[in-house]
Design a protein around this ligand. Structure first.
Ligand code: LIP
Length: 270
């Protein structure tokens, strides 16, 4: 797929994200049908409906590109030359409880060797009407204006976001990191949306973000946006397919944040 097509692909992803975002806005204060609920997670019927809206919108513009989504995975996504990576509602538990801190996340990935590389990223927050976009090798934008990670150089002046994902295993992994970082940063923030934590690092509201047990669809778009805003985004698949651990920051606190995170992990009693 030629890079000259990336702007049109991004525009299609923005339109799809906005369509799903409008559905989210309309239903924020309405009773939501729960398809599945477990201790640390909720799946809404609206998750499925939003992914359907997104899939149809993208396919109308670019038929033939399969979707790897939280609410359904096209079998072709492991071999196709290109794939969409979609989280229709990132921050579902916030949204299910009526908190307007959730976003639509859409990334386009191209096959490279045995893996995939993100080349287009869109994160749309329908409640703040904020749309972050990035194309690989170009500047990251918020509502069309260039953004950049923060200039804070000290961990004790930084806001670092953490996530505990959805499993006891992730909690066990991340709590020691929380216990270490909480004394060393200005503030910890646990916001419940990986996509927004990443975009907040990209435009300087946060200075770092660490989470284990997160899914590819939560982070693919936001990770590119952070990189295109001058930040560090590192994620690695941890055993289970599409399950990642991530480290992200403004590059200036990278060494300190990694050292503190390692210190926390070293204390992990499990
Ligand atoms: C959420 C992530 C968040 C994580 C939650 C959940 P979802 O994604 O954005 O960072 O801590 O456990 O995975 O499920 O709302 O799309």
């Amino acid at each position: 797929m030629k890079p000259s097509r990336f702007p049109a692909l991004q525009a299609s992803a923005v339109a799809a994200a906005r369509a799903a975002g409008e559905l989210m806005r309309r239903h924020l204060r309405r009773t939501k049908k729960v398809n599945e609920a477990c201790h640390h997670d909720i799946k809404l019927d609206l998750d499925v409906r939003c992914q359907r809206v997104i899939t149809r919108s993208l396919a109308a513009d670019f038929p033939g590109i399969p979707v790897l989504g939280e609410e359904g995975i096209d079998d072709r996504v492991r071999t196709a030359p290109a794939r969409w990576v979609v989280d229709p509602i990132d921050g579902t538990v916030n949204y299910a409880h009526g908190s307007p801190h959730a976003a639509v996340s859409i990334a386009l990935q191209l096959r490279e060797g045995t893996g995939y590389r993100t080349v287009v990223g869109v994160v749309h927050d329908p409640f703040m009407d904020e749309t972050w976009t990035a194309i690989t090798g170009r500047a990251a934008l918020l509502n069309g204006r260039r953004i950049h990670v923060s200039k804070r150089r000290k961990l004790d002046e930084s806001i670092v976001s953490l996530g505990f994902a959805k499993s006891t295993e992730s909690l066990d992994h991340m709590l020691p990191v929380f216990n270490e970082l909480v004394y060393r940063v200005r503030k910890i923030r646990l916001m419940g949306s990986a996509a927004l934590a990443l975009t907040y690092v990209a435009d300087g509201r946060f200075d770092g973000y660490v989470e284990a047990g997160i899914r590819l669809w939560d982070i693919a778009a936001g990770g590119l946006i952070v990189e295109c805003a001058g930040g560090v985004f590192e994620s690695g698949e941890t055993g289970e397919e599409f399950r990642h651990t991530l480290m992200c920051n403004n590059r200036l606190i990278d060494r300190e944040l990694r050292s503190a995170t390692r210190a926390g992990l070293a204390r992990n009693p499990r």
